[in-house]
Design a protein around this ligand. Structure first.
Ligand SMILES: [Zn+2]
Length: 622
């Protein structure tokens, strides 16, 4: 990295030096957060000539060019009191050219950020009560430099009375002004800050024990952040279980930053020494929301090892302008999905039954993903730039970010094979200790390739891993890879019994999911979110975007639709539907007679319960 950095400096004529002796000073005024407006004032060392300042474009964890450039407003460059003219690069929208006059050694850049996009996940980053500051959204830096080589002294001015959480360390603070110790631009972008009127911090390891782990919460109200003793002990268990799984850590301290709000955008974004988690305002209060979101913190925590410390070579870029290559996201995200869900069960945030219900739902969704017949899984990873933030229409045919859930099934298969091959002596836990463990210490990035993954698997137990993984990610298929579930002693079945996870997703009637039977997913008022390509509903002519008006001559309701499925099963008469499409009403006849199909995992008698063994805690019982 260092040698590469010197080469780049030579190439660009060594115009800048924002190093430890001459850092960028960045002040962010957050007092307008309730209006979703952050103000940035930055002093950047510069020398004479055509200077180019860039706004971070390729955002770690987003894996795509999601830097919110359209939200950068009110931009000015000045040298003392002199206004400097600037122009945007006509090709590269994230680059600003500034003509720096003779005698000027530093440039002041000021701009406002419309904080309408929280962590690249959509939805606002702030409300009247709280905010989530991702530093990449409020910083410009000199073009061409490695982010490791740029030093920044960050500071914030908070709304009065708001408290904050971050992994950055405070140099000094006065009232609402906080200045942090100097860090590299890499560390700054890796260290978001949350703040709010309602704030609470919980220590997850006994005081004095290293490394320290905290949950920092901000929420819409005091009730929203009132974490129960059971949850606190589960998150303590999560820390212990992750330590037992990986055997080493690559952070000096760890902060789970947790926003609980019905107002701001919801997301999870991983970092080395913290994670930026945002869920609904009732996640700690409502059992259904609690179950649906239980795996979020374990997932983002797992990324500290899988994603931040060990990172696919194509995602280990030198700065935020260099494009990312996502072909190994089925390891980066898929293995994290697998380990995160396992840790959710091992820590007691899910019961084994809840884990199985969630896994059955995942397996069923993927088994009805019609797009798998034309699009290999790896292409969903390579295409992350185009597949994020799309709507639900024809999602099953286009495919989505399937490297997350399908990666989970693949890694379950790998774990089951290791356990079978070694008669239970080894598992993915051994892989994790070798691949993600090593020596504990400060954050660092160790890039890997497909061959490194295969080599480590072969060290755990010899097998033709390369062929298996290539088959799973590079080929098309008609069905989801369910072998891990089956080797684990379970099978995917469908019946009419409720699945707790699926029921929670459909609570309050906002959504009716019949993708595994009729082939449709329906909104509260009959709007078709998606229609499975090749399903009975598809063959009858229905498509997403249409609206169900009547079922068997009666006004549409979710209950009526379910009744019609039952009745068609008994009478063998087609379901008659009136649907509206682009202001035209039309009748459709659906000859579907198999009733509602709800996914479950059913244990196979006489086969060892490998899945049960996978979910067992490593640090004593729950
Ligand atoms: Zn992730």
């Amino acid at each position: 990295m260092r040698r590469f950095f010197l080469c780049i400096l030579a190439f660009f004529g060594c115009c800048f030096a924002a190093d430890t002796s001459n850092p960028i000073r960045l002040k962010v005024d957050l007092t307008d957060a309730p209006r979703n407006f952050f103000h940035s004032v930055e002093t950047i060392p510069a020398t004479v000539g055509d200077a180019v300042f860039v706004y971070p474009k390729w955002i770690p964890g987003n894996h795509r060019p999601s830097g919110p450039i359209a939200n950068l407003t009110g931009l000015h460059f000045r040298a003392g009191s002199q206004e400097l003219t600037w122009h945007r690069d006509p090709i590269e929208m994230y680059s600003f050219h500034v003509d720096v006059p003779t005698g000027v050694t530093e440039v002041e850049a000021t701009f406002d950020l419309i904080s309408a996009d929280s962590a690249g996940g959509g939805g606002p980053a702030a409300s009247s009560n709280l905010l989530d500051l991702n530093w990449n959204q409020v910083v410009l830096y000199p073009q061409g430099l490695a982010s490791d080589a740029v030093q920044v002294v960050p500071s914030v001015h908070l709304p009065e009375g708001w408290k904050f959480g971050t992994t950055l360390t405070t140099a000094h603070s006065t009232g609402s002004d906080v200045e942090f110790n100097p860090v590299s631009l890499t560390t700054l972008v890796d260290s978001p800050l949350i703040a709010g009127v309602h704030y609470k911090q919980i220590e997850l390891v006994p005081a004095g024990e290293m490394p320290a782990h905290f949950i920092d919460m901000v929420g819409d109200s005091e009730e929203a952040i009132a974490m129960s003793p059971a949850d606190i002990s589960a998150y303590r268990k999560l820390v212990a279980e992750a330590d037992a799984l990986f055997g080493a850590h690559h952070y000096r301290q760890y902060h789970f930053l947790y926003t609980l709000s019905g107002v701001v955008g919801h997301h999870g974004l991983e970092h080395h020494e913290s994670s930026d988690n945002s869920t609904g305002g009732r996640t700690l209060l409502d059992p259904a929301d609690h179950m649906l979101d239980a795996a979020l913190l374990p997932h983002e925590f797992t990324h500290s090892w899988n994603g931040k410390y060990r990172r696919p070579a194509g995602l280990a870029t030198k700065n935020y302008q260099e494009p990312m290559i996502g072909d190994l996201l089925w390891v980066y995200e898929g293995l994290t999905e697998y380990l995160g869900d396992v840790l959710t069960a091992r820590s007691g945030l899910w019961t084994p039954e809840q884990y199985r219900d969630a896994l059955a739902f995942t397996a069923a969704v993927l088994d009805h993903r019609a797009g798998r017949t034309w699009r290999p899984l790896e292409d969903t990873a390579v295409s992350v730039q185009t597949l994020r933030m799309l709507g639900s229409q024809w999602q099953n045919w286009r495919r989505s970010l399937d490297y997350y859930p399908e990666g989970e099934l693949i890694w379950l298969e790998v774990d089951s094979i290791i356990r079978q091959q070694t008669k239970g002596q080894r598992s993915m836990d051994d892989f994790c200790r070798r691949f993600h463990g090593g020596e504990s210490g400060s954050p660092k990035v160790v890039p890997y390739t497909f061959d490194d993954v295969v080599r480590t698997l072969n060290e755990v137990t010899p097998y033709d891993w390369a062929s298996l993984l290539k088959e799973r990610v590079k080929n098309t298929s008609t069905h989801a890879p369910l072998s891990g579930i089956e080797r684990g002693g379970w099978k995917l079945v469908y019946n009419e019994k409720p699945n707790g996870f699926l029921s929670a997703l459909q609570k309050d009637g906002k959504h009716t999911d019949l993708t595994d039977s009729l082939g449709i997913s329906v909104g509260r008022d009959g709007e078709l979110y998606d229609v499975i390509h090749g399903s009975a509903a598809f063959t009858a002519g229905l498509g997403p975007g249409m609206k169900l008006i009547a079922i068997n001559s009666r006004k549409y309701s979710s209950d009526l639709l379910r009744d019609a499925l039952k009745s068609a099963h008994e009478t063998h008469q087609p379901i008659e539907v009136i649907a509206e499409a682009s202001e035209v009403f039309k009748m459709y006849s659906i000859p579907y007679y198999d009733g509602e199909k709800i996914p479950h995992l059913e244990q196979v008698q006489g086969q060892p319960d490998i899945l049960g063994a996978i979910l067992k805690p490593k640090t004593g019982t729950n």
